[in-house]
Design a protein around this ligand. Structure first.
Ligand code: SF4
Length: 288
C-alpha cells in the first residue's frame, strides 16, 4: 500500500475520552487526524470507509499546519487515529517533534502491529500515550484479521510501557468473535500479568459494519466482561459506547469512591486531589 506523506482524510478536535484514554489528561482536547488504509483486515471495522481505502478525497496537511491548528484551537495535544496511524509513520514523527517543541502531548490510537524499531522512533519523537486495540485471542485475531500474530501486539504494549509511554487497552466486544469468558478472561489476565493491574481496559460495544453483520453487542456481554476484568485483578475497567452507564466512571480501587464522572465523552466532574483519592488518599495512576 502506498501512502502520500501528509495525506489526511479527516481532522477534528476531540475529547481525549474519545480515544479512549481515561487516565491521560482527562477532559483535555486533542487535535486528531486520520489518513487512509490499514495493515489489518478486520471485517467489522467501524471506520471501514477510510481504513479499507488506500486513498480518497482528502487533502495535504503539513506537520507545521497541523501543530499550528492544534494551538489555534486550544488543544492540549495531538492524536493520530481513525485509520491505522503507523501507515503515516514518517508524518507522525514530524508532527510529534514539532508538537513537543510547542508543549503539546502526542497520542496514537493503534493496533500496535509495528516493529519495535518503529515504536522506538515514535517514542524518540515524543509519543506520550497510546490506546491499543486487542481484538481477541491468537485464534480469533489470526482468523479474522488476515493472519495477524497478536503476540507482536502484546510485545509492543510491553515495550511501550517500559519506554515510558502511557498505555490503555481497548477491546471491541464482538458476538461470535471474542465475547466468551475464555477469550475476554484471557485478555484481562494477560493485561494484568504483562502490563500491570493499573492498566485501564476499555470494553466497547460493537455495531454491525462493513462485512460483519452479527447483532450489536448486548449490554449484558459488556457488563460480564467488566466482571471478568475485575475478577482477574484489573483496577480500572470501563465500558464504552454506553453513554450514561456508571461504568464509564473512574472509581477508587481502594475504597470505591467516585473519582471521575463521565457521560459519554464529557468529564462531568473530577474529584481527584492531583492524583490521589479524596476519600482514602490512595494514589491513582492518572497523568494530569
Ligand atoms: S485495525 Fe482498526 S482500523 Fe484497521 S481494519 Fe481493524 S478495526 Fe479497522
Amino acid at each position: 500500500m502506498t501512502l502520500t506523506y501528509g495525506s489526511v482524510s479527516s481532522l477534528s478536535a476531540n475529547p481525549i475520552e474519545k480515544k479512549p484514554l481515561h487516565h491521560f489528561y482527562p477532559g483535555s482536547v486533542a487535535l486528531t487526524a486520520g489518513s487512509w488504509g490499514c495493515n489489518f483486515g478486520c471485517p467489522w471495522c467501524q471506520n471501514w470507509d477510510i481504513s479499507k481505502s488506500p486513498s480518497g478525497k482528502g487533502w495535504y496537511l503539513s506537520p507545521e499546519d497541523f501543530v499550528k491548528t492544534a494551538l489555534a484551537r486550544g488543544c492540549r495535544g495531538t492524536s493520530i487515529s481513525f485509520n491505522e496511524p503507523t501507515l503515516s509513520l514518517e508524518w507522525s514523527l514530524d508532527v510529534f517533534r514539532l508538537a513537543k517543541g510547542q508543549g503539546l502531548y502526542n497520542t496514537y490510537v493503534t493496533n500496535a502491529y509495528m516493529t519495535t524499531q518503529a515504536l522506538d522512533l515514535l517514542v524518540d519523537a515524543g509519543l506520550d500515550a497510546m490506546n491499543v486495540d486487542i481484538k481477541g485471542d491468537a485464534h480469533a485475531v489470526r482468523r479474522h484479521c488476515k493472519g495477524i500474530e497478536v503476540d507482536k501486539v502484546w510485545r509492543n504494549c510491553r515495550h511501550a510501557r517500559q519506554s515510558g509511554v502511557h498505555v490503555e487497552i481497548t477491546t471491541l466486544v464482538i458476538p461470535g468473535v471474542n465475547h466468551t469468558e475464555g477469550v475476554l478472561g484471557g485478555i484481562a489476565r494477560r493485561i494484568h500479568d504483562a502490563l500491570g493491574p493499573d492498566t485501564p481496559w476499555h470494553l466497547s460495544g460493537y455495531y454491525p459494519a462493513y462485512r460483519f453483520h452479527a447483532p450489536p453487542t448486548p449490554l449484558s456481554a459488556l457488563e460480564r466482561g467488566w466482571e471478568m476484568g475485575k475478577e482477574e485483578g484489573l483496577d480500572f475497567v470501563y465500558l464504552g459506547n454506553v453513554p450514561g452507564h456508571r461504568l464509564e466512571n473512574t472509581y477508587c480501587p481502594g475504597c470505591e469512591e467516585l473519582l471521575i464522572e463521565r457521560r459519554g465523552l464529557t468529564v462531568m466532574q473530577s474529584r481527584l486531589l492531583e492524583t490521589s483519592c479524596p476519600a482514602c488518599g490512595r494514589n491513582v495512576p492518572v497523568v494530569v
